[in-house]
Design a protein around this ligand. Structure first.
Ligand code: ADP
Ligand code: MG
Ligand code: MG
Length: 908
């Protein structure tokens, strides 16, 4: 039986094959174009070539693919011809097409689109006659040659300092004519551009621009499929975790024209504010323009709504009179169209129940919709939109929780400018508040150089005339982005919001000279390397560095967090070593401390002296003497922690790192230490040498220290329990848990448990009172996990040390993995960095096994995890499924873990 697979799906007035639920096959753009047709919204008709065709293209090459889909594509064109009542390739009245890429996940501006396809030397004359608009015809033709020349024929700038070669020709002609804007060029000028463009192509590429519409169409289809593999698309996929295997669809669609004169326009809009989340329809448009003009930042776009227009004018320092006459809103200029657009926008938002990012074109008074998708937004907007849609009854609580990507909360936890420092700062320019946040860094003008600077440990602000998809990687490492051109929907603005990166766009006073690597504002020049600061919420640019301060949970963010508690099963604790950390963690809603690394307090002030004295001691008596000095210090620290946590559980881990970490390894500091402790330098050098290990992470550390030097365990136990008794005496509840690190055998654990229990008995006898505490262990060696049932007969709780467990299970040294892990991930040997996202298949198996064995021996065993993974959304979901009681992460990741835990529970 021969089955022919379908590769082409129509959309239009009379017939629509696809729908929003077919994103995998049709890509996001194609699926939603079809869905809009189904909703009765005016969409230029056309067809979508599926992502499966892209896969065939990659597998078997262009010729095989073309044979496979030729007939279907011809039928698709015939369908569009019938719907539009025009013919493709008819020189007297040509049907023109756009060829648009569209992957499953939206990749704005990442791949290539070609407009006005089907024009040639004859058809341009037909179009001019038919439209009675010669200028329009030649404008469309020159745009087509420009896009096709770039995207399909590969005519690009020769170096990064060079401008687009087509733009150079345009600029030269404008200069000759003494005009500033593209719209100032007349039909004759545009005809001239077409000739010059074609000559450029002939000179640079040695071939002619294709005149045959079908040849043009196939060239464009192939180019879109090929663009799936271009550099910037690959970078984008890498940054956004989009699999290579998905492929892109191709949408071929009848053209509608926003460049037909003053009753035509093109624009983009959002159903809510993508920066702040405010429920306000907003967007930008340009009269007499086509497609990319709005995002490319070529002219200053106008605002869609009147209120948006007034707000823009205020920021851009444009007077109301000036605004109304030169930059009126669409609402004022074309009230009927505006009303229709508002209606479409509301229909689409209600239908998709999410904020929509739409593209539209107005052709001589008729509104056409060209795209709709769930809009990208900042973390803050994500939270506000979810919570407001919940209040508006559009979505339920579970959907609201699912709407926010946990990682994006990070942006709300980021510092903002310290108001005092800000008041003293000197503003030097102002642009549009394109993406909120506070950024301070050194000026860099090129994206690749931004990457190098950041690699060398610098903080940079990427300053550009405007950004393009080639700049992605540089944008992603910069602290902030400043552009001289472009509006709120410019490439820089959209991408920065997607990344949650601070961005000020369209700062008109900034003049960038890429060759000189400087920017001029007024009469002052700022060079590469100068420090500036950006406020992405106001659009202000300041000279120099500005101090920042911490953010807090409040408003919608607070409400979202409260909602997580209703759904999540996992508790979220924090890793906190000091009362200050504990306070931050409590503020973010931590339900306890999952890990206090006692040794972190050893470095503070002159405590390190007592620690070093202990390490240098020749015998137990000497060590005990030094430990006596440490006891009150540790006790004080623990009291602070217990007070801060108000009766929530606090896990304190016994000393863990190898002792050499506490000694200086360079000569100068060793001399300093010799002086301070009044011991011979030689003695210090000898001790450092003795403590040297070939593989310290598998050396003398963890409970091995307490076994060699039980007096350390004694002191720490005493400090914990005395602190607990003291704080309880103040009237506070205290829940102390003492944790033995790096256990691999039951005897090892028991040896330490014996010291701890004995010390506890002594403390309680001295004080004439006692307090309950839990005694447990970390599970962080593979052997510990394997014999978890025997360990659980002794230990009252487990905490997975997922960092060590990963490093020992994989045999990857965490400190050295940076040398090879990037290669591993690039080649998909591991899909994720296993130190960031738990390796479920390997390490995860040990976790599941240890949970099951542990609980079989002790049903009420408390189990948590305290490695970095505790704050990673995918890992949190895994720990939820594995049945842990809590995850513990750094204080700033607590909100992220809370939300991840709620989502995991909802997904059960
Ligand atoms: P991207 O994915 O980069 O947004 P698009 O395929 O959406 O690329 O197209 C780029 C621009 O061209 C958009 O502004 C879009 O609205 C416009 N455009 C695409 N197809 C047409 C068409 N058939 N008629 C008019 N404008 C179009
Ligand atoms: Mg688009
Ligand atoms: Mg460890």
């Amino acid at each position: 039986m021969v089955t022919t697979q379908k590769y082409v799906y129509f959309f239009g007035n009379s017939r629509t094959d696809g729908g929003a639920d077919m994103k995998n096959l049709l890509g996001g753009k194609g699926a939603n174009l079809a869905e809009m047709c189904r909703l009765g919204i005016a969409v230029p008709p056309g067809f979508t070539i599926s992502t499966e065709a892209c896969t065939r293209f990659t597998e078997s090459g262009r010729d095989a693919l073309t044979e496979l889909i030729r007939a279907e594509v011809q039928q698709g064109v015939a369908f569009a011809e019938k719907e539009m009542g025009k013919q493709f390739g008819n020189a007297a009245d040509p049907l023109l097409l756009s060829v648009r890429s569209g992957a499953r996940a939206s990749m704005p501006g990442m791949m290539d689109t070609i407009l006005n396809l089907g024009l040639n030397d004859e058809a341009v004359l037909g179009l001019a006659t038919k439209s009675n608009n010669e200028r329009f015809a030649w404008d469309s033709y020159r745009r087509f040659i420009q896009m096709y020349g770039d995207v399909v024929m590969g005519l690009k700038p020769l170096s990064k300092e060079e401008h687009d070669p087509f733009e150079i020709i345009i600029d030269a002609l404008k200069e000759k004519k003494g005009v500033r804007l593209d719209t100032d060029l007349d039909a004759q000028d545009l005809k001239e551009l077409v000739h010059r463009f074609k000559a450029l192509i002939r000179a640079r590429l040695g071939c002619d621009f294709p005149n045959d519409p079908w040849e043009q169409l196939w060239g464009a289809i192939w180019a879109v499929f090929e663009s799936w593999n271009n550099d910037r698309a690959q970078v984008y996929r890498e940054l956004n975790d989009i699999p290579q295997s998905w492929g892109t669809a191709v949408n071929v669609q009848a053209m509608v024209f926003g460049n037909l004169g003053d009753h035509s326009a093109t624009g983009v809009a959002f159903s809510r504010d993508a920066g702040t989340g405010e429920d306000l329809f907003n967007g930008e448009f340009l009269v007499n323009a086509q497609g990319e003009d709005v995002v490319a930042g070529i002219r200053t776009p106008q605002q869609v709504s009147l209120i948006g227009s007034r707000r823009w004018a205020e920021l851009a320092l444009v007077s109301e009179a000036d605004r109304a006459s030169h930059f009126p809103s669409l609402e004022e200029l074309m009230p009927d169209i505006y009303a229709q657009l508002l209606h479409f926008e509301t229909t689409l938002e209600n239908h998709f129940k999410d904020m929509q990012d739409i593209e539209f074109t107005i052709q001589e008074g008729k509104l056409w919709m060209l795209q709709t998708r769930n809009g990208k937004r900042t973390g803050a907007a994500m939270v506000r939109i979810a919570m407001e849609m919940l209040k508006q009854g559009m979505i339920d609580e579970k959907a609201a929780l699912q709407r926010v990507a946990p990682d994006r909360l990070d942006e709300l936890l980021h510092p903002i400018f310290d108001p005092k420092a800000l008041a003293a700062a000197q503003p030097i320019a102002r642009g549009l508040p394109a993406s909120p946040g506070a950024a301070t860094g050194q000026i860099v003008f090129f994206a690749d150089e931004a990457e190098n600077w950041v690699k060398n440990g610098k903080a940079v602000i990427l300053v550009r005339q405007e950004t393009s998809p080639e700049d992605l990687r540089g944008m992603s490492v910069a602290k902030g982005i400043l552009t001289a051109r472009g509006g709120m929907t410019s490439h820089a603005a959209v991408v920065a919001r997607g990344m949650g990166k601070c961005c000020v766009s369209g700062a008109g006073a900034v003049h960038v000279d890429m060759k000189a690597r400087s920017m001029r504002i007024g009469s002052t020049d700022y060079a590469e390397g100068d420090w500036i600061s950006l406020n992405g919420s106001t659009g202000e640019v300041y000279l120099g560095k500005i101090a920042t301060k911490d953010a807090e949970l409040s408003g919608d963010f607070g409400a979202l967090m409260a909602l997580t508690d209703k759904y999540k099963r996992l508790d979220i604790r924090a890793n906190a070593d000091s009362p200050e950390d504990a306070k931050v963690a409590r503020g973010f809603g931590a339900a306890g401390i999952g890990l206090c690394r006692t040794e972190h307090m050893f470095f503070e002030g002159d405590r390190i002296l007592a620690v070093r004295e202990m390490i240098l001691a020749d015998n137990e008596a000497g060590r005990r003497q030094a430990l006596t000095k440490l006891l009150p210090i540790q006790r004080g620290d623990f009291e602070g922690l217990f007070r801060e946590m108000h009766g929530l559980p606090v896990i304190i881990r016994l000393l863990d790192p190898p002792l050499h970490e506490f000694l200086p390894h360079d000569d100068a500091n060793q001399r300093l230490m010799a002086n301070e402790l009044r011991v011979p330098l030689a003695k210090i050098k000898l001790r450092v040498e003795e403590l040297h290990e070939f593989n310290p992470m598998m050396g003398h550390r963890g409970c091995r220290l307490g076994i060699s030097y039980p007096e350390i365990t004694e002191m720490q136990t005493r400090a914990v329990l005395e602190a607990a008794l003291n704080v309880r005496a103040e009237g506070s509840h205290v829940k102390a848990e003492i944790m033995v690190p790096l256990v691999g055998t039951v005897r090892e654990y028991n040896a330490q448990a014996e010291v701890i229990r004995r010390t506890a008995a002594a403390v309680f006898a001295e004080r004439g009172e006692s307090i309950d505490y839990l005694l447990g262990t970390m599970i962080e060696t593979p052997r510990g996990a394997l014999i978890a049932d025997s360990i659980a007969t002794q230990a009252e709780f487990f905490s997975f040390g997922s960092n060590d467990l990963t490093q020992m299970t994989l045999g990857f040294s965490r400190d050295d993995a940076g040398k090879f892990l990037p290669d591993y991930i690039k080649r998909s040997i591991y899909e994720h960095d296993p130190f960031q996202t738990i390796d479920q298949k390997g390490v995860g198996l040990l976790v599941q096994m240890a949970v099951q064995k542990g609980r079989s021996a002790r049903p009420d065993l408390e189990i948590g995890v305290c490695g970095e993974h505790g704050g990673d959304p995918a890992s949190v979901a895994f720990f939820h499924r594995a049945g842990l009681d809590y995850v513990s992460c750094s204080p700033y990741r607590v909100p992220i873990a809370r939300l991840s835990a709620a989502q995991a529970a909802i997904n059960d």
